[in-house]
Design a protein around this ligand. Structure first.
Ligand SMILES: Nc1ncnc2c1ncn2[C@@H]1O[C@H](COP(=O)(O)OP(=O)(O)O)[C@@H](O)[C@H]1O
Ligand SMILES: [Mg+2]
Length: 301
């Protein structure tokens, strides 16, 4: 199968990417900044080759009856996760919404193999992450997953190009090749010329775009983002979400975005609402009024 098979590119995302680059406002009427429209899909596609297809469903990330209780159960209150089932389809994006303390970060950390759940299963490429050893999960996070956090979490002393190249070097790629691959991501993210800047010399939006490059440079199967726009204003936030969703679509990566911002969730194919550690509802997002309603990415049982 072709690496760029149209069926692997969700209709909603394709339409949204096209729609949002041809329009000067987003669905809420907020302006889409010119910088966010300067990354043609073809440039992004050329910068990062898509992963091979996984047509057998092993590209899905599946949670089954996830339970998470912090601390010793005798002294613990209600579980942070009280039995969560969901499926994130290969190549699709899911927003996880809910009030503070509802369990969003816990869910993201369990899905990403950062935390081991108290009960339940997380299935990824034929394996149960919840049953892996710490060492196996460390390798998995490095090789299969990418991460974007609220504050970018860039190392303050590293120039942007080295921050982006680092995940490749940790995976054994030579410095010269890692740097060369990292460099290709700067123009499509609107970061050309900023390769040598340290985090203190970048705006919040630029720093988050560097973090997006770092999360995607090793071609992860899934990118996890926890409140990736939490420190940004609405306009910069829209710009960052456009880059994140566009790059994820064109690399074939699935995307899980924790947010309490409806404007951020709008960029994703699907949304689940978390209340008190449980899924309280889900649905397909209607991105910029162009998404086909058939593209529900979250299957909740
Ligand atoms: N490391 C921890 N130790 C103990 N309790 C925690 C820990 N992290 C989160 N919690 C608790 O778990 C619940 C869910 O937290 P969290 O997943 O961070 O929610 P959210 O990201 O939606 O704000 C909260 O009651 C929180 O206090
Ligand atoms: Mg949180």
């Amino acid at each position: 199968m072709s690496h760029d098979h149209p069926a692997r590119m969700p209709a909603a995302a394709t339409q949204r990417a096209v729609g949002s680059t041809s329009s000067s406002t987003d669905a809420s009427g907020a302006p889409v900044p010119a910088a966010a429209m300067s990354a043609p899909a073809a440039t992004v596609r050329a910068a990062v080759a898509p992963r091979p297809d996984a047509p057998d469903g092993t590209g899905d990330l599946v949670a089954r009856d996830l339970v998470m209780t912090y601390g010793r159960s005798a002294s613990a209150g209600p579980p942070a996760l009280g039995g969560v089932d969901l499926t994130i389809r290969a190549g699709e994006s899911l927003a996880v919404m809910g009030p503070s303390g509802s369990g969003k970060t816990t869910l993201l950390h369990v899905l990403a193999g950062i935390l081991r759940p108290t009960g339940g299963h997380v299935l990824w490429r034929g394996r149960d992450i919840a049953r892996m050893s710490d060492r196996e999960r460390t390798v998995l996070r490095r090789e299969d997953f990418g991460f974007v956090f609220q504050q970018g979490m860039l190392l303050p002393e590293l120039p942007a190009i080295e921050s982006v190249a680092l995940p490749l070097m940790l995976g054994g790629t030579s410095r010269s090749e890692a740097t060369a691959r990292a460099r290709t991501l700067f123009p499509p993210l609107g970061l050309a010329g900023l390769e040598k800047r340290r985090p203190g010399e970048l705006s919040g939006g630029q720093a988050q775009r560097v973090a997006i490059a770092r999360a995607l440079v090793a071609r992860p199967g899934v990118v996890f983002a926890d409140e990736p726009t939490g420190a940004l204003d609405q306009t910069t936030s829209a710009e960052v979400m456009q880059h994140l969703t566009q790059l994820a679509v064109h690399t074939g990566a699935s995307l899980v975005v924790v947010t309490h911002d409806e404007n951020v969730a709008r960029w994703c194919h699907g949304v689940v609402h978390v209340r008190d550690g449980r899924i309280a509802g889900s649905g397909a997002r209607i991105g910029a009024g162009t998404a086909a309603p058939s593209t529900t990415s979250a299957v909740v049982r």
